[in-house]
Design a protein around this ligand. Structure first.
Ligand code: GAP
Length: 513
């Protein structure tokens, strides 16, 4: 099935089963804004908890905060967002469609890369085990020509971005022959900058009201609280502050479902270190974060690093962890070495001394920062797009849709079914459910055939279904049916808590980190 079709199916499935709804759908929706439904919110909360516990419980030197979304407007001048948080935009005069100039060029470069990869794959299939990829790349004329074109384009693109040279960005689009995907024409406007922050007014009297922004990243809430936390928590460098919260960006190219939204959620951690040690910590956090992702069990080959060619205004090193989404490898998390850019600027703009005093060396300094910043919604998308599976049921002329969500993240951990709605089976099922519901998110279902109930639970990713039948009344045993294998096992009721705990506990996964 084409990747695009899979993506469409995931979006439709998300709506049908209460994972994600378009915001304000009854008014035809609000573009690039989504709501999490009754099943989605459980999965989202589990992802949050896994991240939060991995940061704050497993690291004695990381603590959490929850800062407000509104901040003093000077914050965003100090952080550089008022001046530099811009996207270069270009319009096609024929289709009237607006694009990010950098995205158009990046997509063009991806096409050249794909051409090279196609040659390599073809040769690899032809030569089999004897294929030497490096030698092929170094000697094949077509690959060499395309590689040279790509390298030159990349260098020119990075230079134009770094110099904020909007005229050259337009020239690159023209020189590369990039056409509008809608009109197919090369009739472009000039490129201009567009600030991504949403603004609003604080204060009731319009003359006195001041413009404030909806935060475009949660990180600044951490920076402005650095002194508060360091002093009240008696934190010693190196230490970290973690936070989960909403961020807002007026994205122009807002598409691909919850991948790029205007209102989204970030899980960020700022790690404060001594200047000069930041590269060591940068490496440390790159590895640690990749391990966290891999621990979810979605497949090690689904992740890769992408080191940035162009650094954000605050960074001296940056890399993305990319996940293999249905539309290809895309960023899910960024790890940035932010130097003392933020704290240094907040010191300047606020006039407050924001320093750390090292009592051992008796030196004071503005700490450097290594940041890990992950998009919660993108994490969510990686989990559901990886989980979505359509499969034939062996021996039956039937297919099922099953969400193979890692058991410890599953929205509903177990479903409890009485086989029939009579003979005291519902009462027994309720009794079992009433015991288990304090530890696990359970659903009780008695409507429809058992087969249909299994399908509904498969579709929301419930890893275990427990059925109470007549034998339960005789020997106090129930069947557990496993989502992934569809196998069933008979177990004593008194063992249920222990069995469930072993299979769905987040603790077991955290222990492996
Ligand atoms: N504090 C650093 C920062 O905000 P970023 O690379 O702009 O860095 C971090 O964003 C992460 O936030 C990204 O890796 C991505 O997962 C998520 N993110 C950014 N913009 C987003 C958007 N419009 N919609 C959904 N997630 C987004």
């Amino acid at each position: 099935m084409a990747q695009e079709d899979i993506f469409k199916k995931i979006i439709a499935h998300s709506k049908e089963y209460g994972f994600i709804f378009q915001s304000s759908e009854i008014y035809d929706g609000l573009s690039a804004v989504y709501d999490y439904g009754q099943i989605g919110v459980e999965l989202k909360n589990n992802i949050k908890q896994y991240w939060w516990d991995a940061m704050t419980k497993l690291n004695e030197n990381i603590v959490g905060i929850d800062a407000a979304i509104f901040m003093h407007p000077r914050t965003w001048e100090a952080s550089g967002h008022v001046g530099a948080f811009n996207d270069p935009l270009i319009d096609n005069k024929d289709s009237k469609k607006r694009y990010r100039a950098d995205v158009l060029i990046e997509e063009h470069m991806e096409k050249i890369e794909a051409k090279i990869q196609k040659e390599v794959d073809k040769a690899s299939a032809r030569f089999g085990d004897t294929f030497d990829e490096k030698q092929f790349r170094d000697t094949n004329q077509r690959v060499q020509e395309n590689q040279l074109k790509l390298d030159e384009l990349k260098a020119r693109f990075v230079k134009a971005l770094e110099a904020n040279d909007l005229a050259d960005l337009k020239q690159i689009i023209e020189d590369s022959g990039i056409v509008c995907p809608v009109s197919g024409s090369k009739n472009w406007t000039d490129v201009r900058q567009f600030n991504l922050m949403f603004s609003t007014q604080l204060g009731s009297v319009s003359e006195e009201a001041s413009t404030i922004y909806l935060r475009p990243e949660t990180a600044q809430g951490i920076f402005v609280n650095y002194l508060n936390v360091q002093k009240t928590g008696r934190m010693k460098i190196p230490f970290g502050i973690a936070q989960i919260g909403k961020a807002f960006r007026n994205e122009i190219v807002a598409r691909q479902f919850i991948f790029r939204m205007r209102e989204f959620e970030q899980m960020e951690m700022q790690f404060f270190v001594e200047p000069g040690t930041e590269m060591e910590w940068y490496k440390h956090w790159k590895e640690k974060r990749l391990k966290w992702h891999k621990s979810l069990g979605l497949g090690e080959e689904k992740y890769r690093f992408h080191d940035h060619d162009k650094l954000a205004h605050y960074a001296n090193a940056a890399a993305d962890i990319e996940f293999d989404f249905p539309m290809g490898f895309r960023e899910v998390e960024g790890i940035h070495s932010r130097t003392d850019f933020d704290l240094g600027n907040h010191e300047k703009f606020s006039g407050r001394k924001i320093q750390y005093h090292d009592t051992v060396t008796n030196k004071s300094y503005v700490p450097y920062v290594v940041e890990t910043s992950i998009g919660l919604d993108r994490m969510f998308l990686s989990v559901i797009s990886n989980a979505y599976t359509e499969e034939e049921i062996e021996g039956k002329d039937e297919t099922r849709i099953v969400m193979r969500i890692p058991a410890f993240l599953a929205p509903v951990k177990l479903a409890v079914f009485p086989l029939l709605k009579k003979d005291g089976l519902p009462e027994k099922a309720r009794e079992i459910m009433d015991r288990l519901k304090f530890d696990f998110n359970c659903q009780y279902e008695e409507k429809d055939t058992i087969g249909r109930r299994y399908r509904r639970q498969d579709a929301i990713g419930t890893p275990f279904c427990i059925t109470i039948d007549h034998q339960t009344q005789e020997d106090n045993t129930v069947t557990i049916r496993f989502r992934d294998t569809m196998k069933q096992e008979r177990v004593p009721v008194e063992n249920l808590e222990k069995i469930m705990e072993d299979k769905v506990s987040m603790k077991n996964v955290l222990r492996e980190l």
